[in-house]
Design a protein around this ligand. Sequence first.
Ligand code: 5AD
Ligand code: SF4
Length: 445
Amino acid sequence: MNKKHYYIKTFGCQMNVYDSERIANILQTLGYSPASTPKAADLIIFNTCHIREKAAEKVFSDLGRAYAVKQERAEEGLDTIIGVMGCVVQAEDEQISVRAPFVDFATGPLTYHRLPEILAKIGRKKGKTIIDTEFPAESKFDFLPENHSSGGCSYLAIQEGCNNFCTYCVVPYTRGVEYSRPVKDVINEAKRLIDGGTLEINLLGQNVNSYHGEDASGKEQNLAYLLRELAKIDGLKRIRYTTSYPADVDDELIACHRDLKQIMPYLHLPVQSGSDKILKAMNRRHNSADYLRVVEKLQTANPELRMSSDFIVGFPGEEDSDFQATLDIVNHVKFIQAFSFKYSRRAGTPAALMKNQVEEKIKKERLDILQDLLFSYQLKFNKESVGKIMPVLFDMKGRHAGQLIGRTPYMQNLHAELGKEYMNKIVNIKVTEATTNSLSGVMEG
Ligand code: 5AD
Ligand code: SF4
């Protein structure tokens, strides 16, 4: 019998990348192997993102293309299952049956552990979309096959969901309320990843620093405790965690940046806006002074630490002076990387109903100005890296033969001419060139 193949396209955040890896784990236990194109796949899955309108709309155009592939394959006598997973399903399940009725199944981000059951049902329920958008009582993590490492850097989800309800954000509605995995489960998963060759673990959660998983005695422990436990594991060279919420950065966590050499000197801490009026309207639990205080404490704990952030421009009610406050905070913190977005109105969130929406043209102007400023700091930092020797973890092949791509401690992408024996290794590299988005360098010594 021919082996079945799957193709997964992932949209959105790192949590979706992690989920897609876990979906691949499930499919492998069912006898599937990866296909390099949708045309070669018996099962095509889109793991979707609902955070902004653009991300959500992309799925529907991709689904149209997948349907064409399904029809081409049918002419060759081949069956194709099309599935949609992730946050678009949780938020727009009805839209999927209306706009893409050929989809065989759709599951939310909290129920993909039921994939074996769903696939078995498809045989029996031909022609009807199976939809599972329950917020289940069980945790999917307890039902997933063991996660093994496939490279030098691995993601490890420790927390999911969010109770913050920022007024622009769909996450609390798509990923549900906060859930933290027990300490033991995280440590065991980390050990398996390290045994498989992982040197760097990036702990993931929508609000990762509100982690409160139970230890063996049933006591809730925080992220600082978990980081200290992880740092005891032999072979784990680098730890990152993302995404953090500024108001939940506590002194114990800050002390980890002082004490644990495995924690990389780079932290993604979204501020969203520099204006206190807008931060309040966003329902963030920090103002700009609180944010700056946290950054200062972190950089006192580890003077090498550099910051990255997310920004939204054109939130309802944002005036020129509010936007200026955002530019001011950028000039103050000098973020070395950042993601910035135009505010996108999401149905069901409080901000979508706010009266004082900002015109598209102004949003675009502000985004251009902000990005120019952010890129200037990014380029400056990258240029300052030239001449320095940095430990780089290589985990990707470059575009040309004999080239590898890796990451510096500061999450800069770095290209180097290196043989594949250096893949998934940390190598000391002297940085020779820098652009806004990447560095190049040569092996030192
Ligand atoms: N519009 C624009 N950006 C958004 N984000 C979240 N929701 C929206 C929205 N409605 C951004 C925030 C968040 C990042 C993941 O996406 O900056 O930190
Ligand atoms: Fe969304 Fe705010 Fe939660 Fe981040 S903290 S996931 S922006 S609600």
